[in-house]
Design a binder for this molecule. Structure first.
Ligand code: GAR
Length: 193
């Protein structure tokens, strides 16, 4: 079996897209893979309730309950490793991970970032794209390496920046594409063995 664990911090719409893609794409039958658990650093993350309704195992590792990044990442690793994951997918997970964490999951850790990397690593990507005068924005699925928002790109999607766009409007346009490219990237990895 190839268990998949998803990490979230908020609404979890990418998580839901992944769970639904696994179901509709019959990842269990085709690849022996499936989403088994969702872990959040925020107890109130809306995506957690959805995951529970789907019958997925959920766990909360609250960063505010840990003294430092090392302690938080150690607890996070324990929660993840209980499921012996073949893949760990960051889906709107808003904590910076320690090099030790990244090394531990090397080769099986992916992230989705809401910009056309290498443009706009970090936060406020949509606002920065609008302020910079970009005509296009997008999203990137990439392997996670120790350097923030770096690592091999697996999929990218492009959307136009429209006249009068607000960060919220652009974010929504990008998000619909995220829901397509994240499952596609994972499915391609699974198919490659
Ligand atoms: C998504 O746009 C994702 O790309 C972004 O947060 C949003 C989460 O939405 N991730 C980052 O900014 C990572 N630094 P979701 O919870 O509905 O999937």
């Amino acid at each position: 079996a190839r268990p998949i664990v998803i990490l979230i911090s908020g609404s979890g719409s990418n998580m839901a897209a992944l769970v639904e893609a696994a179901r509709h794409g019959r990842w269990a039958a085709r690849f022996g893979a499936g989403v088994v658990a969702v872990v959040s650093n925020r107890p109130g993350a809306a995506g957690l309730a959805w995951a529970r309704e789907q019958g997925l195992a959920t766990a909360v590792v609250d960063h505010q309950q840990h003294a430092d990044r090392e302690a938080f990442d150690a607890a996070l690793m324990a929660a993840i490793d209980a499921h012996r994951p073949a893949l760990v997918l960051l889906a709107g997970f808003m904590r910076i991970l320690t090099p030790g964490f990244v090394r531990h999951y090397e080769g099986r850790l992916l992230n989705i970032h809401p910009s056309l990397l290498p443009a706009f690593p970090g936060l406020k990507t949509h606002q920065r794209a609008i302020e910079t005068g970009c005509r296009f924005a997008g999203a990137t699925v990439h392997r996670v390496t120790a350097e923030l928002d770096h690592g091999e790109y697996l999929e990218q999607a492009v959307v136009p920046v429209l006249p009068g766009d607000t960060p919220e409007a652009l974010a929504a346009r990008v998000l619909t594409q995220e829901h397509l490219i994240y499952p596609r990237a994972v499915e391609r990895l699974l198919a490659a063995g």
